[in-house]
Design a protein around this ligand. Sequence first.
Ligand code: ADP
Ligand code: MG
Length: 324
Amino acid sequence: MPPLQEFDLIRRYFAERTGKNPAVALGIGDDCALLQIPAGMQLAVTADTLVEGVHFLPGCDAHDLAYKALAVNLSDLAAMGAEAAAFTLALTLPAAEAAWLERFADGLFALANAHGVQLCGGDTTRGPLPVLTIQAMGLVSQGQALPRSGAQAGDGIYITGCLGDAGLGLLAAQGQWPGPATDALARFYRPQPRLAAGLALRGLAHACIDISDGLAADLGHILAASGVGAELDWQRLPFSADLQAYLAAGGDWRFPLGCGDDYELCFTAPGEPAAVIARLAAAGCACSHIGLIQAETGLRLRREGQTLPLDRLGYQHFAEPPHG
Ligand code: ADP
Ligand code: MG
């Protein structure tokens, strides 16, 4: 097959496959895309770059790569309480291989079209190694975005979904966890951006963040930005069956608090936990009440009758998998 020309490539794998979003007045094909921002709304913008050899391995599945690159961007929109509208894609490749591009587009649009977010532009270049940048844009009503800085003493702390599965999936992918990991691997390769939960949290949550670097680190960002502290309750942390098997096999209990890539939302909210959980459930999203925001700064964990400081918890210190 002759090498793909740049414009054929853009048309075939990207322009013809994207879904539509009403915020995009003009999509792929001109010098710029045009986004129409309804009166009273703000544009939420985020970007992430993935470099081969740094963020993903040569030979990784292009489907999973594209899916995850978009998922982490949509997760940032979710954490802001924004409605996903559009994204751009800047792609640098050493060569245009049809089979690779096909799988890449499959992964990209599996997620994009499920959330009605439109690919509205980008850039395609040849370069020595694959690099992929996605910029995602969403809409949020003025004053309704969910900042990191709004947590108040007395707020409950919540997370969506389960904790630590993506980290366990990575261990399994590296051959370091021989136990059950089907769900954990799915969570590692295909994180689910919690967009519906983010929308349901508008007017409810005081502060919100998505968990990319681990609960302890990311909740730490909320605490620092808000000038408060927190206590988590070990008993309340939601663990999948895979993660429970890991802990039962002697895996470090700190692991799920420090490992990254879960892309669940961690938020704080005032009021009755049952009401908060019911509101998220109505949006189709499971969440757990895991702790309390306190005036005293620092992050603490109640576990087996002890209160343990979590402030210096770092992934590096406890990434050792259990043996046996
Ligand atoms: P320009 O030179 O004016 O920047 P290009 O020739 O790079 O435009 O791209 C042509 C059109 O295709 C533009 O609308 C651009 O946004 C879009 N485009 C280029 N690469 C991609 C891509 N990887 N995904 C989506 N749209 C793309
Ligand atoms: Mg131009």
